[in-house]
Design a protein around this ligand. Structure first.
Ligand code: CAA
Length: 259
């Protein structure tokens, strides 16, 4: 069987590419297993400091694979068949190192949810985002109703989930769904550039900041402030804190060790 998820490294950036063009990168059980395994492997690899998750120029991913779901009947059967599959989106949201989604073309259903499970999104001008599950008789099941609502607010999230309305790349930028919109020729190189920029920072500080920002999506302000304060204090146990502050006064570039 052909490989549908490609894995490579570029210096300290790990790159995972979904390559299933015949189905617009529909996220089958196998594709999601492979994506999660590859990103999880990079998360544990000390030589990798940031990751890029990409699809193709035509489709980041057109959703979970409808073929995997069409003959499931009954909630208990759906739970048995899909719970493990859907847990892959959760697993990506729990990675310690930053993941940049490089999105072009369709980011629909589980594809939109996959992009939102990443930490940042670099989008091509041709990309659009939507949760069209209602059009096939279901609803989002991999985090869309929760993640999209936290980003765009109740009114628009309702409209997208209840009608299948898609956002253009420009709308997604204006609403804070994506970090930047660039021409299709450069969306992948821009995503890699952003990943390299992050990978050049002290890794423990990057991971602590990522965890703290993510915590904000899931906690009250007072809990979040406590979490941030504790994370901030813990960084004073690192060599990179000593090095960063010393280098500042010596007016030189710091040399990070990740310790
Ligand atoms: N699952 C399986 N196959 C898919 C797919 C999906 N999500 N999306 C597209 N494909 C397949 C099509 O069946 C088609 O295959 P064949 O050539 O063998 O017929 C191929 O990809 C190309 O698709 P189209 O011919 O439909 O291409 P198009 O340009 O006319 O339309 C599209 C593109 C608008 C994205 C359309 O394919 C579409 O609507 N796809 C489904 C989108 C969707 O409903 N996504 C949500 C899935 S459910 C989900 O994700 C649940 C969840 O929350 C986890």
């Amino acid at each position: 069987m052909a490989q549908e998820v490609l894995v490579e490294t570029d210096g300290s950036v790990g790159i995972v590419t979904i390559d299933r063009p015949q189905a617009l990168n529909a996220l089958s059980l196998r594709v999601m297993e492979d994506v999660t395994a590859a990103l999880g492997g990079f998360d544990l690899n000390p030589a990798i400091h940031a990751m890029v998750l990409a699809g193709s120029p035509r489709a980041f991913a057109a959703g979970a694979d409808i073929a995997d779901m069409k003959s499931i009947s009954g909630a208990p059967a759906a739970d048995k068949a899909l719970a493990h599959h859907l847990s892959h989106w959760d697993a990506i949201g729990l990675l310690k190192k930053p993941v940049i989604a490089a999105v072009s073309g369709f980011a629909l259903g589980g594809g939109c949810e996959l992009a939102m499970a990443c930490d940042m999104i670099v989008a091509s001008e041709t990309s659009f985002f939507g949760q069209p599950e209602v059009l096939i008789g279901v609803m989002a099941g991999a985090g869309g109703t929760q993640r999209l609502t936290k980003i765009v607010g109740k009114a628009l999230s309702m409209e997208m989930h209840l009608t299948g309305r898609r956002l253009t790349a420009r709308e997604a930028l204006a609403l804070g769904v994506v970090n930047r919109v660039v021409p299709i020729e450069s969306y992948l190189s821009e995503a890699k550039k952003l990943a390299h920029q992050i990978a050049a920072q002290p890794p423990l500080a990057v991971q602590a900041a990522k965890a703290s920002v993510r915590h904000a999506l899931d906690s009250s302000l007072s809990e979040g402030l406590l979490f941030e304060r504790q994370s901030f204090f813990r960084l004073f146990d690192t060599q990179d804190q000593k090095e960063g502050m010393k280098a500042f006064f010596e007016k030189r570039k710091p040399i990070w060790t990740g310790q």
